[in-house]
Ligand binder design. Structure first.
Ligand code: BES
Ligand code: MN
Ligand code: ZN
Length: 500
């Protein structure tokens, strides 16, 4: 779908559909203009109470007199005094769903009336593009039958009833379209089945990005990892026929002297649990265990696509966690790249085992900050559900920046402690540490494990186990936290603080 911004009087817009926001029975500026041209037709409809009060409700009207557009889609914004970013997102999704169902080929969406207090037009444009692209995303390349027909809507004008289209607005549109491309990539990588999306496939995908956007690329193979002493990562990979890959993608958009943001993604392309085998129910969802890696590739695609003035290194640690005659046993002790030893008491706690070596490796890029992204623990889903990702950090300023980026992107996170007090749960009688800390605070002890490998780095960890995908009827990857990562990279490069 093509997006553009134009300044255009609503009554004159010759679109298949006009989209107008309505606070409980109260038209916005564009709506009032259209209503005047239609001699009060919109107000009469609203007076009948056919548009439900909640944000995201929609009502489709056909061929109103005085309007050039064929249809008008009214979209509810809820109560004006309750209107915020959450309601805006609901309204955008509602409108997008309605636009997907109707036959209009083009639409003019009057976005300026949708700005909640304190939110500028550029931010509304970003949310509009991301929300609409999210609803129009499809993954049906592996279906041969009963495919839904492609949506008719081909062009969408983000319209302003008055005033000029600013350079800032144009930049926001470009940024959002590139971010949506990154989200799409992350979603598709997540949705692909594990017999297609293998570690080699992720490396090939990185190669494609490197070619398309002239990024630096390095793919470390098993023998390279052996030389580096990545005994922990290799111990996870050894039970699989699929060779592990450690992918390093570099985007240099900022000044040469600017230290990079390093993003490290967990790329377990399938997690059976290994010898500590998982139960069968819903095990298929462990194809999404590479979502952290997918989000790193998605964020790089987004930042490179918008030519963001930032330096970012993406590291993808990719392998498969399988049971096998060669697989790691519970009780095995491995030596990590850092030199610390780990007693593997549960082979299903494999994410931290690959991330610890990738984090040690990340130090060579002299990072301004390192953020790892991982579907790390079921415990995080218990703690925060499917709304917020877990945020763990050893640096308060970085933590604040990430929180703020998450709020801005409506891709929210919530801080959790990484206190020393939890470390003792990782005690081992036979090695420097165990790879599990028992049931209490499971997502925290997982973060505490990682913290032992980042003492000299400004580091944060995002546990996206509850947010990277949806289960049930809507099963599929969400592409989170690509929107957050993009905002974070832009914020860090522009030097804003978390409180700003
Ligand atoms: N990939 C899983 C975490 C996970 C589980 C994410 C369910 C989303 C839904 C991870 O590798 C894992 O298996 N973690 C274990 C850790 C435990 C053995 C300490 C878990 O959460 O059960
Ligand atoms: Mn696991
Ligand atoms: Zn896992």
């Amino acid at each position: 779908m093509e997006f553009s911004i134009r300044s255009l009087a609503p009554q004159k817009a010759k679109a298949g559909c006009l989209v107008l926001g309505v606070h409980v029975a109260e038209l916005g500026k564009a709506g009032r203009q259209a209503d005047k041209a239609a001699q009060g037709a919109l107000r009469r409809v609203l007076a009948q109470g056919d548009l439900a009060a909640k944000a995201g409700a929609t009502l489709l009207l056909q061929r109103l007199p005085g309007l050039a557009a064929e249809r008008v889609l009214l979209v509810g914004l809820g109560e004006r005094k309750e209107f915020g970013l959450g309601a805006l997102r609901d309204a955008l999704r509602g409108a997008a769903q309605a636009l997907r169902e109707i036959g209009a080929r083009d639409a003019a969406f009057y976005v300026a009336d949708l700005a909640p207090p304190g939110l500028g037009l550029p931010a509304v444009l970003r949310h509009a593009v991301l929300g609409i692209r999210d609803v129009f995303y499809r993954f049906d390349q592996l279906k041969t039958q009963k495919k839904a027909p492609p949506p008719a809507l081909a062009t969408l004008t983000l319209a302003l009833a008055s005033g000029p289209v600013t350079l800032q607005a144009q930049a926001a549109l470009k940024e959002a379209a590139a971010t949506a491309d990154g989200v799409d990539l992350a979603r598709t990588l997540g949705n692909l089945p594990p017999n297609i999306c293998s570690p080699a496939y992720l490396a090939e995908e990185a190669r494609k990005l490197a070619r398309q956007f002239s990024l630096g690329l390095q793919v470390l193979e098993r023998k390279d990892m052996e030389k580096l002493g990545m005994g922990s990562l290799l111990s996870v990979a050894q039970g699989s026929r699929q060779p592990p890959k450690l992918v390093v993608l570099r985007y240099r958009g900022g000044p040469a002297k600017q230290r990079p943001l390093v993003l490290v993604g967990k790329g377990i392309t399938f997690d059976t649990g290994g010898i500590s085998l998982k139960p069968g129910a819903e095990m298929d969802e462990m194809k999404f265990d590479m979502s952290g890696a997918g989000s790193v590739l998605g964020a790089l695609r987004a930042l490179a696509g918008m030519r963001a003035p930032v330096n970012v290194v993406g590291i993808v640690a990719a392998c498969e966690n399988m049971p096998d005659g060669q697989a790691t046993r519970p009780g095995d002790i491995v030596t990590t790249m850092s030199g610390q030893t780990v007693e593997i008491l549960n082979t299903d706690a494999e994410g931290r085992l690959i991330l610890c070596d990738a984090l040690t490796y990340s130090a060579r890029f002299d990072p301004a900050a390192v953020v790892d992204i991982a579907t790390l623990t079921g415990a995080c889903v218990i703690a925060l559900g499917h709304v917020a990702s877990g945020l763990f950090a050893n640096d308060e300023r970085l933590s604040d920046q990430i929180r703020a980026a998450g709020e801005e992107a409506w891709d929210r996170v919530w801080p959790m402690p990484v206190w020393e007090d939890y470390q003792e749960q990782l005690r081992s009688n036979f090695a420097d540490m165990a790879n599990i800390g028992g049931r209490p605070g499971g997502s925290i002890t997982a973060a505490c494990f990682l913290a032992r490998f980042t003492p000299k780095l400004r580091w944060a960890h995002l546990d996206i186990a509850g947010t990277a995908w949806k289960s049930g009827r809507e099963k599929g990857s969400t592409g989170r936290p690509v929107p957050l990562l993009v905002r974070l990279a832009l914020r860090l490069a522009s030097g804003r603080t978390g409180k700003a």
